[in-house]
Ligand binder design. Structure first.
Ligand code: NAI
Length: 482
């Protein structure tokens, strides 16, 4: 058990943030949490002072010092080139795992599914959240979905280790690898590979669409669910809503060196300043923080007192229900009720007893992966053009080089030449695939010559993406219909 004080950084955030942070700090203090608290300012005021990231340089110093961040929600300004501070903090500090327990508190909080008790583990840094986007033509925008092997290995292993450390029995992976065979396919493959090292944990994979439907309709089927970033974002909100209120969700963001703890909900500007916000999400986030820093004794005390308060029917407006609740309270009264119950335990809801010596989950080094032989076998050239594919081919033919031949043309991922269908709708952005003759390795200089020829022919090309094989297997997908 850690007896010395642990330095942490806090930020009060925007909207209901300051009120729920006050509530949480009061409870932490009353429960005897051993903390040295540094405070930084983030969010709306910082954005408005002209810092587009929403966090001042000096605040990073505090975070680097303490490595533990208890953060209230912030308001992200719409548009105007402001970057989401949440995404910036997660990525800057390498917080690769977002852990969101979703628990029903029936019959005390109304929920459609009494048996819900699952944990979403969402990859936090990759996928479409790289924010890498391009306008390719007048008509077409593209976002790049990046999934890496090391990023996937870490999150998948974290999910299995989390299951083991928390007495969970099953890990479910969700992807859309029937469509995204390479990016989502890698996530699924690494899940299967790493899963072999955890034979004590039941494991399965579901396609994300049916998986989300099952989480909404039969959440009792799930225990731990691990997902790529975007799916995790969506499924965790679906799951949080099914528990009864977004106000009841706490979450942790974990990296190899840093941890950030927060509520799942936002700054709720519609109820800010009214004294009615439910502080439970941030309180539950703070409980996760205490477990992470080895103060499981304090976490146990607060969590049991919080459950007893819920069980006693002392409810904020978002979960208040005539007949079931005994008293409708505001933020301050709810906080006082939790403090009053410190040392008590719930009688019906399961009691908690956290380990006091937890050091968080420590991951082993990444697995060694065999280096594959990479050969350059072609290039995809993006080109803006208005007209018919056959006319485009006639323009391209004189630009071909000695070893590169035009293999196919696709539009929005569908093959339109050769033998395209008349009915296929085409935008103004085309992709031309050039491959080395006889599958030969090609030289970069040959691609440069091709681009130079296209330029000389006044072709409006916008991108060139090299195509490779790895140990002979193509490192790119075929076009639909190819
Ligand atoms: P929100 O989560 O703030 O609010 C959604 C609805 O839930 C509102 O009706 C709100 O009153 C209610 N609600 C949320 N938390 C509550 C609580 N503790 N007690 C009682 N009711 C609660 O989502 P919204 O309105 O989409 O976003 C507001 C702002 O928050 C936006 O600027 C958004 O970017 C930001 N946001 C920040 C997050 C963070 O800092 N981690 C996460 C999500 C959104």
């Amino acid at each position: 058990m850690s007896q010395s004080n642990t330095p942490i950084t806090i930020a009060r955030g925007d909207g209901i943030g300051p009120a729920i942070m006050d509530a949480t700090l009061q409870i932490l203090e009353a429960a005897g949490a051993r903390l040295d608290i540094e405070e930084i300012e983030i969010g709306k005021a910082v954005y408005e002072s002209g810092v587009p990231s929403g966090i001042a340089d000096s605040s990073w110093d505090s975070l680097r010092r303490t490595k533990i961040f208890l953060k209230a929600p912030i308001t992200t300004p719409q548009g105007g080139g402001f970057k989401s501070l949440n995404v910036t903090v997660r990525k800057t500090l390498g917080l690769f795992a977002n852990v969101r327990p979703c628990v029903a508190y029936a019959p005390y909080v109304e929920t459609q599914h009494d048996d819900m008790d699952l944990v979403i583990i969402r990859e936090n840094e990759e996928d479409l959240y790289g924010g890498i986007e391009y306008r390719q033509s007048q008509q077409v925008m593209a976002s790049v979905k990046l999934i890496s092997r090391p990023g996937t290995e870490r999150i998948v292993r974290y999910a299995f280790e989390y299951a083991r450390a928390n007495g969970r029995k099953k890990v479910t992976c969700m992807t859309k690898d029937n469509i995204m065979k390479m990016a989502d396919g890698l996530f699924h493959k690494v899940f299967d590979e790493i899963g072999e090292e955890y034979p004590d944990i039941e494991q399965d994979h579901m396609i994300i669409d049916i998986g989300t439907a099952k989480v909404a309709a039969h959440p009792g089927m799930f225990d731990v669910v691990v997902l790529p970033n975007l799916y995790g974002d969506i499924v965790s909100d679906v799951a949080a809503e099914v528990t009864g209120s977004v106000g009841l969700g706490g979450s942790s963001n974990i990296g190899l060196d840093f941890g950030m703890f927060e509520a799942v909900h936002g700054s709720a500007p519609d109820i800010a300043g009214k004294g009615i916000a439910n502080p439970s999400g941030l309180i539950l986030g703070a409980i996760m923080m205490l477990v992470h820093i080895g103060q499981g004794d304090v976490a146990t005390k607060i969590h049991n007192a919080w459950k007893k308060t819920i069980e006693d029917g002392i409810h904020t407006g978002d979960i208040y229900r005539e007949g079931q609740s005994t008293k409708r309270v505001g933020t301050d009264e709810f906080t006082a009720a939790v403090i009053e119950r410190l040392g008590q335990t719930p009688s019906t809801l399961p009691q908690v007893a956290y380990k006091t010596d937890s050091k968080g989950i420590i991951l082993p080094p990444l697995k060694d992966v065999k280096e594959e032989t990479k050969e350059r076998i072609g290039v995809d050239v993006g080109l803006c053009y208005k007209g018919k594919p056959d006319d485009l081919v006639a323009l391209i033919k004189p630009c071909l080089t000695e070893n590169l031949e035009l293999h196919i043309i696709s539009n929005r991922g569908v093959k339109v030449w050769p033998d395209g269908a008349e009915e296929t709708f085409c935008t103004d952005n085309w992709s031309l695939r050039f491959l080395g003759k006889n599958g030969d390795d090609i030289k970069t200089s040959e691609v440069v010559t091709l681009l130079s020829n296209l330029n000389a022919a006044d072709m409006n090309f916008t991108s060139a993406l090299m195509l490779h094989s790895f140990d002979g297997a193509q490192g790119f997908t075929k076009a639909q219909g190819e």
